[in-house]
Design a protein around this ligand. Sequence first.
Ligand code: HEM
Length: 139
Amino acid sequence: MNALVHAHSGLRYVVLALLIAAVGIAMAKWQNNESGDSKIYTFALISCHIQLLLGLVLYFISPKVDFSMMSEKLYRFFTVEHTSMMLVAIILITIGRVRSRKVEAGIKHRTILFYYGMGLVLIVAAIPWPFRNLGAGWF
Ligand code: HEM
């Protein structure tokens, strides 16, 4: 359980770094009218899906997920807010990747920028950063 929480917690930085890189690449390639693709788009998607799998396992075993304690901020956060916002973010990123493969070359990078950008904002907002006093640390 502890190892899983640390894996899930540490992987946030990999997810964030890859999403920021993907958004930056998408912005540059869109501005320069470049075609082609970037492996970073796929790596960012994979990191999100690994995080989703770890999160799903945690959801069933974590003591912080408890529907009978919803009046308390910490339990409500992990039971509903964190999970639902992360799910929406990962769904957006997945849709973005699938669409970016289907659309014409000219709007590929703009599609990534839009969906990954929205996903990134949601993920940053839903992370239990230590200063939010939700009992979670930096790692
Ligand atoms: C990119 C997506 C995600 C990121 C960046 C992320 C990040 C985090 C972080 C930083 C923590 C705090 C760990 C600590 O205590 O140090 C956490 C906890 C948790 N996450 Fe996520 N998460 C993501 C997605 C998900 C999803 C999709 C679920 C559920 C399906 C989920 C379920 C949980 C649960 C249940 C905990 C509490 C674990 C515990 O301390 O007992 N997470 N997450």
